[in-house]
Design a protein around this ligand. Sequence first.
Ligand SMILES: Cc1cc2nc3c(=O)[nH]c(=O)nc-3n(C[C@H](O)[C@H](O)[C@H](O)COP(=O)(O)OP(=O)(O)OC[C@H]3O[C@@H](n4cnc5c(N)ncnc54)[C@H](O)[C@@H]3O)c2cc1C
Length: 424
Amino acid sequence: MTSKTRVVVIGAGLAGVTLARRLGELGTPALLVGDEEHRPYNRVLLAEVLAGRYSPEVIALPAPAGLLRGRVTGIDRAGRTVRCADGSVIAYDTLVLATGSNAVLPPLRGLFTPDHELPEGVHAFRTMDDCLGLSKAVRPGARAVVIGGGLLGVSAARALAVRGAQVVLAQQSERLMERQLDPAASALVRRHLEGLGVEVHTECRVRDVRSVGGAVRSVEMGDGYALGADLVVLACGVRPRTGLAREAGLDVGKGVLVDDELRTSDPHIRAVGDCAEHAGRVYGLAAPALEQAGVLAGLLASDGTAPRHYFGTRSLTRLTLAGSGSPGPSTPGSGGPFDGPGTPFDLAAFGETDPRPGDDVVQLADATRGTYRKVVVRDDRLVGGVLVGELGTVGALARAWEGAEPLPSDGGPLLHLLTHDGGS
Ligand SMILES: Cc1cc2nc3c(=O)[nH]c(=O)nc-3n(C[C@H](O)[C@H](O)[C@H](O)COP(=O)(O)OP(=O)(O)OC[C@H]3O[C@@H](n4cnc5c(N)ncnc54)[C@H](O)[C@@H]3O)c2cc1C
């Protein structure tokens, strides 16, 4: 069966759903094709589900009209159609790739069973299915090893600890969440996890996964030390899902290459979100995915009000660890103070958090409360910052950063930015 729809969006994640909804509001309905079984959801809040704080329904996104469950298996660029796994063919005028990322499976010995499955007890942490599988398997006292100490690993470790597991977090590099946080903020995250009973090992390489009868039993470290494990979480980063684009002959680097109008090397195909590479950057974060979706909706619906170009992200990224605040689907990545076990905890990071020589830095740390605030200023402009544990000033900082306006030069306003919430 062949049907005709003007805009077809592949992938019902944050970017695809936001784009389709916005297009609907602008009078250009799109057909959205998504391959996950669940209602579209806010992936940023998966750790909240794992922690037992929210049910899957709570993090569901309002689904747009025109959502089709199915998996796109091929693109015929000459005929301008896509083929789905069930054999159906959908025609498009404009196709949008919003296929997101896949979890990276690290090259560990013993990671796959002879029939190329992950052993029982070994889980990635990317999808609702991953999350529900882990949630079902975790028991109080279960021995869990989380491999990877980035945002995903830290949020998984935290959520499993909240569920009563004995968690070991193995991080290959020297500190946690090094992509987003500076050393002082990383140290606070570590202290926070340790406060929840998580054993954190940095500069620690996992080499082997050992299973018996298809179920994981232990992991072995680079130095030969074996850790007993009932559960293993693979949190070793993500890779843009570019298979469809590659097979269709589109230009692909780390992600699907797009210009400032989010157009791929085929003028009839655009790409947004985690799968897209813009100006040499693949973001892998919610805020850029949402921004790109908003810009593209404006371009495709030609309403003339939305920005006509995407120049890279200047919005602040909030990092949500399990247990923080409001699940509101309209604000993916947002969070309020954590009110579960342990100290209040929330994080935000933006721009450049490591200063260059000559930059001005203002830092406020409160060891007792476990809070830390830092901003980096270059040539009178706010270029980056980190907030841990205390996000009252996040709105004022976001406005100063996004606006990129020169700051008054006497230093006073900077401290003010760090200490007053400016009505955020
Ligand atoms: C546990 C976790 C915590 C996170 N925390 C944060 C955070 O605190 N802050 C932050 O900024 N970001 C966070 N992120 C990252 C954020 O979730 C992503 O950047 C965001 O989801 C990207 O949106 P997307 O729509 O591009 O991709 P995705 O949300 O991955 O959606 C892509 C969708 O496309 C579907 N798809 C792919 N191929 C096909 C196909 N061929 N046919 C049909 N459907 C297809 C996929 O199944 C998926 O549903 C987190 C991610 C995870 C996993």
